[in-house]
Design a protein around this ligand. Structure first.
Ligand SMILES: NC(=O)C1=CN([C@@H]2O[C@H](COP(=O)(O)OP(=O)(O)OC[C@H]3O[C@@H](n4cnc5c(N)ncnc54)[C@H](OP(=O)(O)O)[C@@H]3O)[C@@H](O)[C@H]2O)C=CC1
Ligand SMILES: O=C(O)C1=N[C@H](C(=O)O)C[C@H](O)C1
Length: 252
């Protein structure tokens, strides 16, 4: 008899949620005990007996959802975007009073994407210039993507620690938005195009050369191994973990 983990899913009717229902149903060690949509009460999480709550909803609701889970002693695996520094700080404060509870905030569950961001951050201190282009389906509500924000933060931390100056840029006049958004000193350009799922390129430039690190999710199935990895490991990682790389041994 395989030991079962009881999982509740928030956002079950969405694009990611529908894929996650299939992935959890197909996993022999996981039991889906609740699958909630926008109009369902969070109270049913308590009666469902869920040990782990997976949040794949919308930026407006994710913080309240996770707060509810943590306050009721449930671990949370979160793929929803919108976790800025203020939200993360409030969550850490909440978790400090509940030392046994784990929360994973994963900007991207695709293992290739996690690796691409880590590789880009490592490479970035060896190049004068770095910019990010993220490309997504046109139904996406947030820009830039959570993945691009996270990648820019990793790059910025790596370059700052190594004392690398800002990417050179002589722009003095600009049509608003032409140079993208500035995320911790890294320019991020957002494309929304019919036919796409989720894609990102990190462009690294130096005298006479360019390195491009690209990742493509062609299908939301790409996110499911990471979702399952998060569910299976969150209880063993109490406190807050940002990025699936926190559960991997990347050795970088
Ligand atoms: N970490 C990762 O690897 C990935 C993360 N994402 C992120 O996940 C999130 C969801 O993406 P996606 O599935 O494409 O978006 P969708 O809009 O397809 O799905 C979101 C779903 O959440 C539902 N919802 C909204 N509020 C609540 C609530 N309070 N409780 C329960 N359900 C709610 C919506 O219901 P309704 O339809 O009624 O509005 C909708 O069905 C986004 O933030 C996206 O950026 C996406 C892909 C990968
Ligand atoms: O909305 C999406 O689709 C995605 N959202 C996440 C993000 O904003 O980075 C992850 C992935 O890029 C797909």
């Amino acid at each position: 008899m395989i030991e079962q983990l009881s999982v509740a899913l928030l956002g079950a009717n969405g694009r990611m949620g529908a894929e996650a229902v299939k992935a959890i149903d197909a996993a022999a060690d996981l039991t889906l005990v609740a699958a909630l949509g926008r109009n369902d009460s969070l109270e049913s999480l308590v009666s469902s007996g869920a040990q782990i709550v997976v949040d794949l909803t919308v930026p407006e609701s994710t913080e309240a959802n996770v707060r509810f889970a943590v306050e009721h002693g449930m671990h949370a695996v979160v793929g929803t975007t919108g976790w800025d520094a203020g939200r993360l700080a409030r969550l850490e404060e909440l978790l400090a009073d509940r030392p046994g509870v784990g929360v994973l905030i994963a900007p991207n569950f695709a293992l290739g994407s996690v690796l691409a961001s880590a590789f880009a951050a490592k490479a970035s201190k060896y190049f004068e210039s770095v910019e990010i282009i993220e490309l997504h389906h046109p139904d996406k509500v947030d820009a830039p993507s959570g993945t691009a924000v996270r990648t820019a933060q990793l790059i910025s931390a790596e370059r700052t620690a190594a004392g690398v100056p800002s990417s050179p840029d002589a722009t003095t006049t600009e049509l608003e938005g032409a140079r993208g958004s500035d995320v911790e000193g890294v320019r991020v350009h957002s494309v929304r195009l019919s036919g796409l799922v989720a894609h990102q390129e990190v462009l690294l430039g130096g005298p006479g050369e360019q390195l491009t690190i690209r990742h493509d999710s062609f299908d939301r199935a790409s996110f499911m191994p990471g979702v399952l990895l998060g569910i299976r490991n969150v209880a063993a990682h109490p406190g807050l973990t940002v990025g699936l790389d926190g559960y991997l041994d990347l050795g970088l």
